[in-house]
Ligand binder design. Structure first.
Ligand code: NAP
Length: 246
């Protein structure tokens, strides 16, 4: 077990990559925190993990609202006494080409994907700096490296996440905190299920491997970065994308 007794928080762990990751972290021995926006969704994953005999806490908070994030961090600290790993995974899309994108579409993606990462990163960093140890993993995207047609808002946030990652790595290294980003390629989840079949086929065709990724591929990368195997790794962006853009 690579994460025995570590307290691991994954935002947006009620579905997709986040859910696969929180399950993987628990299998690796971590005490885990399931985080989502609705009690029902959170409780469903909490119960699944409890039934499997795992140590788990559920929190319901919108990552874009600082007060809710701060209360969630307090609840985690009170319950487990520490925060060892934070994965800033919660994210949304609201796609439109530049000339058709509305202010509302732009603002809501910025609020969740960029301000949400800042809110949670700040809250966890305060706890980790006090502990003098911790790992933060920010979820960017292949779109945060190369851009993508129809995703002005999303691309801006995913490039921004890489900027925050490198900045935090510089600020927090001496406090014993490592900070890295993971840039997934196209992974089969509810988010990509909304995309037209022809785009998914085009993505498959672009990858030298000829396949799309699975949530477990990303969860495995998180476990590596969260574990002591990566103790000399900070400020990096790990692409897990099947070589989709080479
Ligand atoms: P998903 O299946 O749609 O899951 C998103 C998760 O985020 C859900 O658990 C959702 O929970 C939560 N969430 C959304 N808004 C939230 C908010 N304001 N506060 C708290 N939680 C919120 O997405 P996914 O495909 O697994 O993506 C996960 C991350 O990977 C995202 O950051 C995404 O940008 C990134 N990514 C995905 C792909 C891909 O191909 N799937 C590729 C590159 C990067 P509730 O709805 O229950 O609140």
């Amino acid at each position: 077990m690579r994460l025995k007794d570590k307290v691991a928080v994954v935002t947006g762990s009620t579905s997709g990559i986040g859910k696969a990751s929180i399950i993987k972290f628990a299998e690796e021995g971590a005490k885990v925190v399931v985080w989502g926006r609705t009690n029902e969704e959170v409780e469903a994953v909490v119960n699944e993990l409890k039934d499997a005999g795992k140590e788990v806490l559920g929190v319901t908070a919108d990552v874009s609202v600082a007060e809710e994030v701060n209360s969630a961090m307090d609840k985690i600290k009170d319950h487990f006494g520490a925060i060892d790993i934070l994965v800033n995974n919660a994210g949304i899309t609201a796609d439109a080409q530049l000339m058709k994108m509305t202010e509302e579409q732009f603002d809501k993606v910025i609020a969740v994907n960029l301000k949400g990462v800042y809110n949670c990163g700040q809250g966890a960093a305060k706890v980790m700096a006090e502990q003098k140890s911790g790992v933060i993993i920010n979820v960017s995207s292949v779109v945060g490296i190369y851009g993508n047609f129809g995703q002005t808002n999303y691309a801006a946030t995913k490039f921004g996440v890489i900027g925050m990652t490198k900045t935090w790595a510089k600020e927090l290294g001496r406090k014993g905190v490592r900070v890295n980003a993971v840039a997934p390629g196209f992974i089969v989840t509810e988010m990509t299920a909304k995309m037209p079949e022809k785009i998914l086929d085009a993505m498959k065709a672009k990858s030298p491997l000829g396949i799309l990724g699975e949530p477990a591929d990303i969860a495995n990368a998180f476990v590596y970065l969260a574990s002591d195997e990566a103790k000399f790794v900070t400020g990096t962006v790990l692409s897990v994308d099947g070589g989709v853009v080479l």
